[in-house]
Design a protein around this ligand. Structure first.
Ligand code: ZN
Length: 638
């Protein structure tokens, strides 16, 4: 049997700041990929670590009143200790101060130097200390570094340069002929647009008199290696390039995961360094966007740091992981807020998944003394339909995760979970239980639900390993998430008949956000009034907007603001609307309105509201949204 291999990396994180949500996201993404390929039966290797050289570390250490190595030890330790709390299971943690890494960097430098692609020259230019690099005039914004908003200083220096320009045409051709080498596409396009300008050679050294916190060049002891040439090489040094068995085993299947701020070093410097060092190229560079908190980029230099640990201990690691993966479309920016996290927790995890699991177990307990029943009756169309939905979820997982389409994979799994909840409502096991002749049918229904819960647990295991283990444990088939294999554990019908299942507590207790959060909240994206964050189309699509006709309207007693409406949206809905100050009941009867049809029910002044009527306000007047001419009630608005 051929064992396939998969090697995934995160960037090594720079130790001038503590871990924040940006680091957490990249690392969790890599963890999900690693777990997914293990689930498929691949042999995998997952690398993360810390980048520890350069001026900024020297500065930060000085400010902290310590030496660079102690400082790096401390921050690197924070990163290493954070990952287990997020259920991240990396195989190796590399540090650029590791002697093994230093050896490999020197080896590759010498190799490239010997081949003539590193040369000595003097350079005069504009240097940003924050970025640790020289800037071209045209890269500056109003004469300032775009990242640091500070004017760079003029500096002249003799240094070693890597002949990157030599590889420009080759790189353009390579990317052209390998369209998914850098993905999603927008980042490939971005790299290609960098490459439309002539590529400059890359300065790869610093004189020791100015910076000695770095790896000495093997061919000139007066210089140390400049950050990128050192840092990028971690991806092969961790595998003990050139002779290590890990290198031979895993390098051919390597994929990198990064945030878009380091696209250029990974999309341009790294492939050209690899080419010059005569190594095979990586398979894919996978690039994600930023988490926006409050406003602007989630950035260590601007000081908006959300500590992942705070929310993890508050809501649980799986809710946190689920939120990050479900909320962000890989490649695009997304908004982070605690409120949105709690919303996902309540709606998707407590309501949909948690409810399905707990009702399945409750019915197994009630009707079959908590033991797995056999399949006895012939399966109905409705069972076949549900199984088909599960197969679709499995197909979506298989198709989307390799492309980093996490939100799509999760949406498909949740469609299946929701279909199963509807299945329960439609079949009505409680009615079958009243009829002795339906006993066999009831067995099949409950067994179908048990099997579905089990397979769903396997599918969510890469995203929410803890929850997957909990579900499997209670279904009487305990297994460590990392030991699951889709080929066996994803098979239908493998629960052992007669095996006891245990009900246990709710998987995700609901959170009352207002109570929980108001006192001790972190800044929520929505709290900013100035600017509405952009949402992906998928989010908008989740809102079910319908045209309705108001059939009946009356004032709610003791309320000036609220009207109680009956609206026909293809079916009759009771909706409470806050339009009573501008609209009399008789004004709105017969009106066409637009209704948010899939809003969670709410109680206002004691009246249930199943939806919301849309109205526009400029602060003074309030006007109902309507259609330009009559439309059949229930018509979709999009
Ligand atoms: Zn800068």
């Amino acid at each position: 049997m051929i064992v396939k291999r998969f090697y995934i990396t995160t960037p090594i994180y720079y130790v001038n700041a503590e871990p924040h949500i940006g680091h957490a996201y990249t690392t969790i993404v890599a963890d999900v990929m690693n777990r997914f390929y293990r689930l498929l039966g691949y042999k995998t290797f997952f690398l993360t670590g810390t980048d520890e050289h350069g001026d900024k570390i020297v500065q930060a250490a000085r400010e902290a009143g310590t030496d660079p190595k102690s400082y790096a030890d401390h921050i690197s330790g924070l990163f290493r200790d954070t990952w287990p709390t997020l259920n991240v299971r990396n195989d190796y943690f590399i540090r650029t101060t590791d002697p093994e890494h230093i050896k490999v960097v020197r080896y590759i430098l010498q190799k490239v130097f010997d081949s003539g692609d590193i040369y000595f020259s003097s350079y005069k230019g504009l240097y940003c200390v924050g970025c640790e690099r020289f800037y071209m005039e045209r890269e500056l914004v109003d004469g300032k570094c775009p990242d640091h908003d500070k004017a760079p200083v003029e500096r002249e220096e003799s240094n070693y340069f890597f002949r990157m320009s030599k590889y420009q045409d080759w790189l353009i051709q390579y990317i052209d002929s390998h369209p998914d080498f850098i993905r999603p596409e927008r980042y490939r396009n971005e790299v290609m647009s960098f490459l439309r300008e002539p590529l400059e050679d890359l300065c790869i050294s610093r004189p020791k008199e100015r910076l000695n916190w770095g790896i000495p060049l093997p061919f000139d002891d007066n210089y140390v290696t400049y950050v990128w040439f050192d840092a990028l090489i971690n991806y092969v040094s961790a595998l003990k390039y050139p002779d290590g068995p890990l290198y031979r085993e895993f390098w051919p299947s390597v994929q990198h995961t990064i945030a878009k701020d380091i696209l250029k070093p990974h999309g341009i410097y790294w492939p050209t360094i690899i080419k010059a060092a005569d190594l095979p190229l990586f398979r894919h560079l996978n690039v994600h966007g930023y988490w926006k908190i409050d406003e602007g980029k989630m950035s260590k230099s601007k000081g908006t740091v959300v500590r992942p640990l705070d929310l993890v201990s508050k809501y649980g690691v799986d809710a946190f992981r689920y939120f990050l993966l479900r909320e962000m479309v890989f490649g695009l920016d997304a908004n982070f807020s605690e409120e949105a996290l709690v919303h996902r927790l309540n709606a998707d995890l407590a309501n949909d998944l948690g409810n399905l699991f707990s009702r399945t177990l409750a019915m197994t307990a009630k009707y079959f003394a908590g033991k797995v029943p056999p399949f006895t009756a012939a399966t109905d169309d409705i069972d076949v339909e549900l199984k088909k939905q599960l197969e679709e979820a499995m197909d979506a997982v298989a198709a989307e995760i390799p492309k980093f389409g996490f939100h799509k994979a999760l949406m498909a799994i949740w469609e299946c979970i929701n279909a199963a909840n509807r299945y329960v409502d439609r079949v009505g096991p409680w009615n079958l239980a009243k009829d002795a002749t339906q006993h066999g049918r009831l067995q099949t229904v409950i067994r179908t639900l048990l099997e579905l819960n089990r397979v769903v647990a396997v599918l969510i295991a890469p995203f929410m390993p803890e929850t997957a283990e909990k579900i499997l444990d209670r279904l009487g088939c305990p297994k460590r998430a990392l030991d699951l294999r889709l080929a066996e554990d994803g098979r239908w019908g493998t629960l052992e008949e007669g095996r006891p299942v245990s009900k246990g507590e709710a998987l995700f207790p609901r959170i009352d956000f207002k109570e929980q959060v108001m006192k001790e909240s972190i800044p929520a994206a929505q709290s900013a009034t100035e600017q509405t964050p952009l949402i992906p189309f998928d989010r908008f699509k989740e809102i079910d907007l319908r045209v309705g006709v108001v059939k009946h309207a009356e004032r709610i007693p003791k309320s000036k603001k609220l009207l109680l409406l009956t609206v026909d949206i293809g079916e009759e809905r009771q909706v409470v609307a806050g339009i009573g100050q501008t609209h009399a009941p008789e004004d709105v009867i017969g009106k066409q309105v637009v209704v948010v049809a899939n809003l969670q029910p709410a109680k206002l002044m004691g009246y249930e509201s199943h939806g919301m009527v849309l109205a526009a306000s400029d602060g003074e007047t309030l006007r109902l949204l309507t259609t330009e001419s009559a439309v059949t009630p229930g018509a979709r608005v999009s």
